[in-house]
Design a protein around this ligand. Structure first.
Ligand code: SF4
Length: 447
């Protein structure tokens, strides 16, 4: 069980020396209890207190980083079983797998795709995470060449997959300093794999079937000095994956079996069920997902699902308030007001672009609430609109003084006119009708 702040405080030395970076031991205790500080920051803790605090205040699932530099990604450090309990913090890395027997130009093409492909959805850039190289040839020199081909094309996180420790020796000479994830340590080879992981400071996948075997292997690897672990559950089927991943997550989150507190690896490559496997991995706790290069449709579906699952359910996705342009609006262009709930913004923006009428979108800060909710909650009101017009200098952007407001905010129209001195036109309730509305109702004003 996690300790409460007061229990943590009792274990601290109470020197109030600020060496941990906090002004008092109590503030440090509060941070520790909520998992936002590390025990090692206090140099005065005795070993017994330290081990109690480590076991109770560290995140139940360790944070593991794959790769170095801008595209590196971190997984783990999750606190809940269900997203609605709090949120999921670290989205899974999704990596495209290539075989070392593939022609170098094909390996390069996959690498460049991962480097360059970018989807933008609701204002967020979405990318795949890296390349997994499999030693299907069984030959160390072929594996090393394929790894070098990827490394020469882009700085991306890598997963190296081989049953052969000699192949890892050869490949890690090329890319060891980039901290690739190496797959995998088993009961048979874990000493050699741990030595490699330690030598190159790489994260290591451990591979065993069932929570008990995984916990025991994790313990053995930690004893060998390899602490950055990710667990391959060796599922026999997708159903088996759900059963084991759920059991592992439950045992880790509740701290019933701390040795299972590591992120989960999933090989989703499957001739017929790959899309289903990826979806399952994303929603059922996989932190590193390996797939074959995906079709554009599957790629978008995977990234969209990952984005949806790994956003905070308590925070609506918001746009920055401001004045946005659609096309190149002139001083006579219409001005449409709406809220900063990103789905509202992008829906309206899409319909405005299709209307081919250049215009301004005045986005006001309703803390991410939709129009209807913001009106009901009083967040969308005449004062906010008046202040936003001033703040974003709308008076100088257009010479007319007409504001189009969303249909659901019609009850505010009189008060907005009074507070701003602008004429208010009430637009449609449904953003899909905005193009037709503008074409029929908007008359270009004369200066
Ligand atoms: Fe207290 Fe330790 Fe922080 Fe000093 S370093 S203020 S003793 S928690």
């Amino acid at each position: 069980m996690a300790l409460k702040a007061l229990d943590v405080y009792k274990l601290l030395p109470k020197k109030n020396c600020k060496e941990c970076g906090d002004p008092t031991c109590l503030t440090f205790a509060m941070k520790l209890a909520s998992g936002k500080a590390d025990v090692d920051l206090c140099p005065y803790l005795d070993e017994q207190a330290k081990s109690v605090l480590c076991a109770t205040t560290r995140p139940p699932i360790r944070l593991v980083k794959v790769g170095v530099g801008e595209r590196s990604f971190a997984v783990g450090e999750e606190f809940v079983l269900y997203r609605h309990d709090k949120t999921f913090y670290h989205p899974p890395g999704i990596l495209f797998k290539v075989s070392d027997t593939l022609a170098p130009e094909k390996i390069t093409a996959v690498t460049l795709r991962i480097r360059d492909e970018l989807f933008t959805r609701v204002g967020t850039d979405l990318r795949f995470s890296g390349v997994a190289i499999e030693n299907t040839s069984g030959l160390p020199e072929v594996f090393a060449r394929a790894v070098a081909t990827v490394e020469e094309s882009a700085d991306l996180p890598l997963v190296l997959i081989s049953p052969n420790t000699e192949a890892f020796d050869a490949a890690l000479i090329q890319v060891g300093s980039y901290r690739p994830l190496i797959h995998a340590a088993t009961n048979e080879n874990f000493r050699e794999m741990c030595a490699l992981a330690k030598k190159h400071s790489c994260p290591l996948v451990i591979r065993a079937h069932g929570p008990e075997n995984l916990a025991s292997l994790a313990k053995s690897c930690v004893a060998e000095g390899a602490k950055k672990l990710i667990m391959d559950l060796c599922p026999q089927s997708l159903g088996d994956f759900i059963v084991i991943s759920t059991a592992v997550r439950q045992l880790a989150i509740t701290r019933a079996v701390p040795d299972l507190g590591y992120p989960i690896y999933m090989d989703a490559t499957h001739p017929y069920l790959q899309d289903a496997a990826i979806a399952l991995g994303i929603v059922k706790y996989a932190s590193v997902i390996i797939t074959t290069p995906l079709s554009p449709a599957s790629a978008k579906a995977a990234l969209t699902l990952r984005q949806n699952v790994y956003t905070d359910p308590q925070k609506p996705i918001q746009m920055n308030p401001g004045l946005y342009r659609v096309g190149i609006p002139g001083k006579d262009a219409p001005v449409l007001l709406t809220v900063n709930f990103s789905l509202t913004f992008f829906t309206l923006q899409g319909y405005l672009e299709s209307s081919r009428i250049p215009c301004f979108m005045l986005i006001v800060d309703t803390e991410g609430l939709s129009v209807l909710t913001a009106v009901a909650a009083g967040k969308l009101n005449e004062t906010l609109i008046r202040d936003s017009i001033r703040k974003f200098d709308l008076d100088h952007e257009v010479f007319h003084r007409t504001l189009i407001i969303p249909g659901y905010s019609a009850p505010l129209s009189g008060r907005i006119e009074e507070a701003t001195g602008w004429k208010v036109m009430v637009g449609p309730r449904d953003a899909a009708e905005i193009g037709e509305y503008l074409h029929e109702v908007w008359k270009t004003p004369k200066p």
